[in-house]
Write a protein that binds this ligand. Sequence first.
Ligand code: F6P
Length: 751
Amino acid sequence: MRITFKLIISLIVVVVFVAVVSAWLNVRHEKVKLYEEVLSRSALLAESFKESVRNNLAAKNYASVQRLADKFQSQKQLEGVAVYDSGGTRIVSSSALTPVLAVHKEAIDALLKEGRDNPVTYAMAEKKMFLYPLFVALDGGDTARIIIFTNVSYIDYNLYKIWKRTLIRLLVQMVLISLVTLLTIRWNLVDPVIQMAEWMKNLRMGNAHGHVPPIKGDIFAPIAREATTLATNLQAARRAAQNEARLRQEGESLWTPERLKELIKMKMDGRPLFVVSNREPYMNIKEGKDIKTIIPAGGLVTALDPILKAAGGTWVAHGSGEADFEVTDDNNRIKVPPEEPAYTLRRVPLSKEEEDGYYYGFSNEGIWPLCHIAHIRPIFRKEDWKYYYEVNKKFAKTVLEEIADVKEPCVLIQDYHFTLLPGMIKAVRPDARVAVFWHIPWPNPETFGICPWQRELVMGLLGADLIGFQTQFYCNNFLDTVDRTLESRIDWEHFSVQKEGHTTIIKPFPISVDFQRPDRDAKALGEKPELKTVLKEMGLKAEFLGVGVDRIDYTKGMLERVKAVDRFLEKYPEYVKRFTFVQLGAPSRTHIPQYHRFLAELHAEVDRVNWKFKAKDWKAIAFLEKHYDHKEITKFYKIADVCMVTSLHDGMNLVAKEFVAASDDHRGVLILSRFAGASRELKDALIVNPYDIEQMADAIYYSLTMPKAEVEERMTRMRQDLHENNIYKWAANLTEELMKLRMDDFKLTSV
Ligand code: F6P
């Protein structure tokens, strides 16, 4: 505003100056002109009067001079004329003038005395009088003086009128100039600047639309050009910063194979990673004369293979495939995966007796039902225990061979098949960092206490530096078990156990999947699978599809699931001939009688339900009993409306997580048992009690009638969680925890 005021004042000063100067010049010119007029008129009058004065004065004819003088007084501003003798005595004067002259006698006398012959102005009778004198030479050498009196007050009045006009004009001009300046500045400067400031503020706050500022006109063209460039750069910089922040955040929270590889390289100082499990990640079987590679079913392989692919290293496992040792080298090693070798698989051969006793017997008839509260009685045989111990020793020997040349190696042991292995390795290689990850549940101490070798199992496990469980609940159960079983020091605050100078940390590490893998599988499938086509290949027709994917195991709640489908069709008959449930079942542990019985019962139950709802071209349940690879499973995940994971008890259950990872179109509902570890994380699944058939039937109905938006919301939230908590994060957490343990202290305390 101050600038507007200054501008107005400057303009006014200039205008006033110009106006005053021009008015002054004008006035001066006018004044000169008017006085010249008066002068010439007076001179003319005086000259014309002069002759008659001379003649009449010589003839002493004063009356004639008087008449003449009176004649002069009625003309325009002419006030009159007076004639004085050489002594300054008035001889004659116009009658109207005579009294005025009497009043101003002294002034006139002084004027005459000075003998001036040039005109003067003099104030007389409130009038400004122009006195024009003229000498008249009389006969006889005498002189007389004629003075013409003209009232020139009108000149001042005229000049005053000029000044007045000028001032009024000036006033109007000032008002107009102020108004025009104000409006011009407002429209052409203030408003655009305000708009520009608003635009810049929005730009700063990231709300500006477009890059072009809202100002036009020549004055602003250079600013507009610069502002456009500035906006473009700012928006690009902001986008880059946002991108960088997102990437940084993703980079911080998102674990990828590359990031895991870097972490392992950095934390393990270039040393290789050693993984031990019973189940191998790649199995070679015979198909006619050919040898085929298959990937065994089960969460452990699903989870750990991507880690080894990313980080490299050696995986020691039971070579259980019939053609396994036909493809290994002399040291029973083979590079896997066959299509793109990334790590070494060291296969451990087991005799039939060893496999029977250690794997089928102690591990899967003893510990498995012991840890899964699935109401199957565990069987503990002395013979099995002996083989279990021997096979653990055999694996220890193999692992010690593999780590022989590696200083402070890092060994990750998997699952319940190897409870004795950590102690056996540490006894020989105390410098090794040993972790055990327990994939299945750990029961309460009362349940675990029925195992005749509970003390040996717990002691063996406590040989490890770190024991990981799927949930905090299982960690608590484990510490309770240690408390009841052994003399040891338990630190409940830090969740650790000290036994014979060695410390073991106990922590939960919920295992996960490679979130991107189903995506890659889907791409490898080519075109997006369609429900109609897939069912047609099976000779079926349906509008809705439910899917279950399991290793055929009594802990998975498959019988309960079949019963739930039966009840659902009974309760909601409108879905008969419209809903089909496909159960993919991978045969597992087939030499265990309990599994035979379970499989037979499952077949019978499926038959019963299918017979009950028998219809042309449709089946309530399609039980596909065979080994399916990931790509085939992904196909079913992608077309399913609902996936059922109804374990009676499960450490985690990675089928639930794989289904979520595969649902990239955010459709599909997950029904998940509350007894699966995954239910602690996937809270947007429909959580069910698998023993409650009615509830499961309703859950199927609800999943098929759920509003699309809710389906998407639930799936989106689960996917976000899984995207971050993927298998690479699990491996990174486990590795970091293991590598940060202070091994030196342990050695010192064990001395
Ligand atoms: O998840 C528990 C587990 O025993 C894993 O160790 C194993 O990979 C999976 O189940 C499959 O079991 P199996 O190796 O006995 O076929």
